[in-house]
Ligand binder design. Structure first.
Ligand SMILES: NC(=O)c1ccc[n+]([C@@H]2O[C@H](COP(=O)([O-])OP(=O)(O)OC[C@H]3O[C@@H](n4cnc5c(N)ncnc54)[C@H](OP(=O)(O)O)[C@@H]3O)[C@@H](O)[C@H]2O)c1
Length: 274
């Protein structure tokens, strides 16, 4: 690790707290991975639904960095669970990623009626050592309760939408009380935070960028962040979050920006259709 700090999950597995998200990275995925790995990133967040697992594998291969040094997350997609194709698509993800193990495997969305069945299959792969850790994404307490009714293994992670306009205090506490680590998706709200005047004033105060202030606020809350970028300068910028600390007052002031605003309404428990 260069400046990339890590956290220990509830099963003892170490995860770098800065990861590179590759949703919508398109044809630039392999290049972005290579650049990020050169900078010092050691954690990549992909999914079957992103259709770029093979590009992730290509980027890792071309980087020359040992696969074992890199933490890879992928996720199972909703339709594949509905079609009960869990084993088939897990094998496909392994093949696409050109690896015989996955560091963290997640249920992408809590698809009604099939997430508990999917979890059982994931537990099998975990016990065989094919998955080093297993977790969920977009789970609200009602989904977690249902999962825990039949689960043998408690999820290591819940990956949810978190940024200054959706601070998620309650959901984060609910998970952390169970030992489940939180990963933030859309950690810079897909760019919405960059126009915020208050965040700009903090950026000026710390001589940092808004992106760095926001990502620092997340990691200082003990969360894992997965900012996406395909640009070298931004990848570098987003990694520059381990050399400064926000004061308690500034942490609280950023949390006060909350307005329960989502970049994706699908993640809203009130309108959630899955
Ligand atoms: N589990 C889920 O359901 C779920 C849902 C959504 C996302 N995710 C994961 O979370 C990752 C991140 O979320 P996201 O991609 O939705 O949003 P995000 O990381 O909050 O924002 C990405 C956007 O911000 C831009 N950006 C990033 N850093 C920047 C910087 N320093 N300066 C200016 N612009 C910057 C990127 O542009 P450029 O690329 O052009 O630089 C891109 O347009 C995804 O890639 C995916 O891995 C998971």
């Amino acid at each position: 690790m260069i400046y990339n700090e890590s956290k220990i999950l509830n099963n003892g597995v170490e995860i770098p707290i800065l990861g590179l998200g590759v949703y919508n990275s398109g044809q630039e995925t392999a290049q972005a991975i290579k650049t990020a790995l050169k900078i010092g990133y050691r954690h990549i967040d992909t999914a079957k639904f992103y259709f770029n697992e093979a590009d992730v594998a290509q980027g890792i291969k071309e980087s020359g960095i040992d696969r074992k040094e890199i933490f890879i997350t992928t996720k199972i997609w909703n339709d594949d669970m509905r079609a009960h194709k869990q084993r088939e698509v897990i094998e496909e993800s392994l093949k696409n990623l050109d690896t015989d193990y996955i560091d963290l495997f997640l249920i992408h969305w809590p698809v009604k009626d099939v997430f508990a069945e999917t979890w059982k299959i994931m537990e099998e792969y975990y016990k065989k050592g094919v998955f080093r850790a297993i977790g969920v994404s977009n789970f609200h307490p009602q989904h977690m309760k249902e999962l825990l009714n039949s689960a043998e293994i408690i999820p290591a992670v819940n990956q949810i939408e978190v940024h200054p306009y959706l601070t998620q205090e309650e959901l984060i506490k609910y998970n952390e009380d169970k030992g489940i680590a939180i990963e933030c998706w859309s950690p810079v709200a897909r760019g919405k935070v960059f126009k915020d005047e208050f965040l700009q004033s903090l950026a000026d105060k710390y001589s940092k960028s808004i992106s760095q202030i926001v990502l620092r606020w997340e990691v200082q809350r003990g969360l894992i962040v997965l900012p996406k970028s395909v640009h070298e300068e931004r990848l570098k910028e987003n990694a520059g979050i381990f050399d400064f600390k926000l004061t308690d007052d500034d942490m609280a002031a950023i949390s006060n920006l909350n307005r329960n605003e989502r970049v994706n309404e699908e993640s809203n428990p009130d309108t959630f259709t899955f």
